[in-house]
Design a protein around this ligand. Structure first.
Ligand SMILES: Cc1cc2nc3c(=O)[nH]c(=O)nc-3n(C[C@H](O)[C@H](O)[C@H](O)COP(=O)(O)OP(=O)(O)OC[C@H]3O[C@@H](n4cnc5c(N)ncnc54)[C@H](O)[C@@H]3O)c2cc1C
Length: 504
């Protein structure tokens, strides 16, 4: 064995000794897994490859304003994030976005006339009532007639058959226009993917079963919407989502967790009744030995670590996922005080000359940010890159200056107000490479296969993260807690322990 052996917690023998776990990956999944284990009395070491914690939750300062550079809101479909925020002392900072809602930019000869407020009666852009005049106004008369068929077409096998994409479901029930003009822009904004690439049961759990019960897709979308808590579909935190990350790290450190950055795990080996974890510090690998391991990295890294011990897992290695480039502008542009496009614009495919897939008018969306920015100053965040983009498309691989000039041009079109370089007080480009795993068709079956393979080591191994749980903080936090909780049960049962431990 080369390098230094570092037995994190196995120095004591006997049933009373404290159990130990290594958490690999310091994104939200890893941080929540660490918190869960620590609260159950398991000693925790968390290893993060990069130089910071949070993964796709991060913030930075632009023109003196504290801004999120990754996730900037959370779904309010469950109390997961508000409850966590309250636990972390951030309950008073929970906020809702401006009620004006977002717009959609549709293709058309006159782009200004083709920008519309996004009707928001259903889920993922699927209207609760496709015959609503607000919806009909967004599609052709022929498209409206086709959409109305949702009310009369038999549900058939579409509700139960395997391998149905969001695109197939919407196209079959409501036609191409609803799909292209309402659902695809929302899916592109949320998942950076087209509806045909998205597993409907993963991105809209319960939608098909509700459709089978109620007889139409519109009724199902309306029912799911009605079942969600009243009020805005998303929430935020005054000061930014990255505060969740900051507080998690502070709490974990205070409770005695060992948190290490700059530690890329390169090997994971089952040894006896525990695990040996090797980190790849150049020329000086370190080894840690622990009773349990949580793998909370992105999917490809997770499979690379686990497949030497679980060869069948190699076949489940996820395909490369798209990257996203975010360009944020701080502009001095009082014309934007009227918030011309509500909280922002989702862009349909085929809008001539526009490369961005979405624009968030952050100072329109969040009152706390507006107050900090002051009158006339605005934060605009544009995102580039979706699944299926061609190499020539503007996206994560484009140079900063290319992205910047597209941002000015696209913001001008999407907001209907010229945004010039002279208006920009500050800007930055953040690239998220491979950071948006999407639930491709068959995702749930794939996840079930992976879970079954990993179950061989269920008494000492948990695997979690967005690539399995689904995109978004709610899914990631819920899954990390559940998986780490089950691991704690197993470790403590093995130890004959009482589960007591230091509070986090
Ligand atoms: C631009 C962007 C905007 C988003 N906006 C929202 C939003 O508004 N609302 C929302 O709910 N969700 C949003 N999301 C999604 C959400 O951020 C993610 O679903 C979630 O944060 C994923 O957390 P995770 O811990 O599973 O993965 P990650 O955040 O990807 O963390 C994985 C971590 O593992 C580390 N790692 C990888 N390999 C190793 C290794 N070998 N050894 C050690 N460490 C390793 C990585 O460095 C990383 O820190 C957004 C995502 C992006 C990219």
């Amino acid at each position: 064995m080369t390098g230094r052996d570092d037995a994190v917690a196995r120095e004591q023998a006997g049933p009373a000794r404290q159990r130990s776990a290594v958490v690999i990956g310091g994104g939200m999944a890893g941080l929540l897994a660490a918190r869960t284990l620590l609260r159950r009395g398991v000693r925790v070491t968390l290893l993060e490859r990069s130089d910071r914690f949070g993964g796709t939750v991060d913030g930075r300062v632009l023109g003196g304003l504290q801004l999120d550079s990754g996730a900037e809101s959370f779904s309010t479909r469950s109390a997961t994030v508000p409850a966590l925020a309250a636990e972390l002392g951030l309950g008073e900072r929970l906020v809702t976005p401006e009620a004006t809602g977002a717009w959609v930019q549709l293709p058309g000869p006159d782009l200004q006339a083709s920008a519309r407020p996004l009707p928001n009666s259903g889920v993922l852009g699927i209207p609760a009532d496709p015959t609503d005049p607000l919806i009909s106004a967004m599609i052709s008369p022929e498209g409206a007639r086709r959409a109305a068929q949702d009310g009369v077409l038999p549900v058939g096998s579409l509700a139960t058959r395997a391998g149905v994409s969001l695109g197939e479901l919407v196209r079959t029930r409501m036609g191409d226009e609803i799909l292209a003009r309402l659902v695809a822009p929302v899916a592109g904004g949320v998942f950076s993917a087209d509806p045909d690439d998205l597993d409907v049961d993963s991105v809209a759990p319960g939608l098909r079963a509700t459709m089978a019960r109620l007889g139409s897709l519109g009724a199902a979308a309306g029912a799911l919407r009605a079942a969600a808590p009243a009020g805005a579909a998303v929430g935020g935190i005054d000061g930014g989502i990255a505060l969740l990350r900051d507080r998690l790290v502070t709490d974990l450190e205070a409770a005695g967790a060992q948190l290490r950055t700059g530690e890329e795990v390169t090997d994971l080996t089952r040894t006896g009744d525990g695990w040996t974890v090797t980190t790849g510090r150049a020329g000086a690998p370190r080894r840690l030995v622990a009773d349990g391991v949580v793998v909370a990295t992105e999917g490809r890294a997770a499979v690379d670590l686990l497949s030497p011990g679980l060869p069948a897992l190699a076949a489940e290695r996820p395909a490369p996922v798209p990257g996203v480039a975010l360009v944020t502008l701080l502009v001095d542009l009082p014309a934007l005080d009227v918030r011309p496009r509500g909280t922002g614009v989702l862009v349909a495919r085929g809008v001539e000359g526009v490369a961005a897939k979405a624009l968030t008018h952050s100072t329109a969306k969040w009152a706390w940010l507006r107050e900090q920015a002051g009158p006339g100053r605005h934060v605009l965040r544009l995102s580039f890159g979706r699944v299926g983009d061609r190499p020539a498309d503007v996206g994560i691989a484009s140079d900063d200056d290319v992205l910047f000039s597209h941002t000015l041009a696209d913001a001008s079109v999407l907001l209907g107000i010229p945004v010039g370089a002279a208006d920009v007080l500050d800007h930055d480009v953040v690239r998220w490479a491979g950071a948006l795993p999407h639930a491709a068709v068959g995702h749930r079956e794939r996840v079930a296969r992976i879970r079954a393979l990993v179950a061989d080591h269920a008494n000492s191994l948990a695997v979690t993260g967005g690539w399995l749980a689904g995109t978004g903080l709610v899914a990631v936090i819920d899954d990390a807690r559940a998986r780490a909780g089950a691991l704690a049960d197993a470790l403590l049962a093995g130890a004959g322990g009482d589960g007591s431990g230091p509070p986090v």
